[in-house]
Design a protein around this ligand. Structure first.
Ligand SMILES: [Zn+2]
Length: 274
């Protein structure tokens, strides 16, 4: 959490509120939230305008003027909050503040993170590409073709659920959308990914696309604390497997079981998912 649909929703809603705005001032009140030293972080960002806000896998990417960039990994609980520029009191759980100006208007964008696992990075010209090469993200889970899925999945070692969570295989899946996609495709999370047939991968690709798009339409899933700038999402109302261990499978009535794969809780139907 947040995964591809939540990051996409945040990027869209941030773009609507900040495109063309200038970062006039940056404050950080919890230094470890910035992956580099905060002085170079603020120097790189201050005075730049926001040209684009988009998503790279599960990362939020602010494209700034003069080939400068702000890249944010939200980890467990990262989100954004608009409020007044902090004088002495900061809004709760907010760790970085960006004072944005546009003509005579002003607003402050806060990075908020209750668990504080998220990380913010700033890049100057030419630096982002080096960092992204180092990350080695796989094709985007939403934009990749069935052929991409097949090429990536059959060249792995490991269980299907673990492979889907590996961002170097496909970028964007997390626990929710991996469980939901495998349930819809009737594939066991415990299968070795390399044993999938082309037909099985095509079906998984189709189900994953349908689920990710529908989740974006619903502005993501709010299962614990997730909020986009415009509020909570509603895709949690459409979950069929994630978080539903002990409940009957909506297809066959068998009890959904919980196991752990790659250290992550995993829910599936032992009858439907082969
Ligand atoms: Zn079932």
């Amino acid at each position: 959490m947040p995964e591809l649909p939540e990051a996409e929703t945040m990027a869209r809603e941030l773009a609507a509120k900040t495109l063309g705005w200038k970062i006039a001032e940056v404050l950080v009140n919890f230094a470890p939230i910035v992956a580099s030293d905060w002085q170079s972080f603020t120097d790189l960002l201050t005075g730049r305008e926001i040209e684009l806000v988009k998503r790279i896998g599960k990362w939020i990417h602010f494209v700034l003027t003069q080939d400068h960039h702000l890249l944010i990994h939200l980890k467990m609980t990262g989100q954004f909050h608009f409020d007044a520029w902090p004088s002495s009191e900061w809004p709760s759980h907010c760790h970085a503040a960006f004072r944005l100006t546009h003509q005579s208007q002003e607003q402050t964008l806060f990075y908020k993170d209750t668990r504080k696992f998220g990380r913010l990075r700033a890049f100057g010209p030419g630096q982002l590409e080096i960092f992204l090469n180092h990350l080695n993200l796989g094709p985007d889970a939403l934009l990749a073709s069935a052929k991409d899925y097949h090429e990536r999945l059959v060249n792995t070692k490991g269980k299907l659920k673990a492979v889907l969570l590996d961002q170097t295989v496909l970028a964007g899946f997390g626990n929710i959308y991996a469980d939901e996609s495998l349930f819809a495709a009737k594939l066991s999370p415990l299968r070795e990914a390399k044993t999938l047939t082309l037909e099985e991968v095509k079906n998984l690709h189709g189900q994953a696309q349908r689920i990710l798009k529908k989740a974006i339409d619903c502005r993501g899933s709010t299962v614990s604390s997730y909020q986009a700038p415009e509020g909570a999402g509603s895709y949690q109302d459409h979950h069929k497997a994630y978080g539903k261990a002990g409940q009957p499978c909506p297809h066959c009535g068998q009890v959904l079981v919980k196991t752990v794969v790659a250290g992550r809780s995993t829910v599936f139907c032992p009858k439907c998912q082969k």
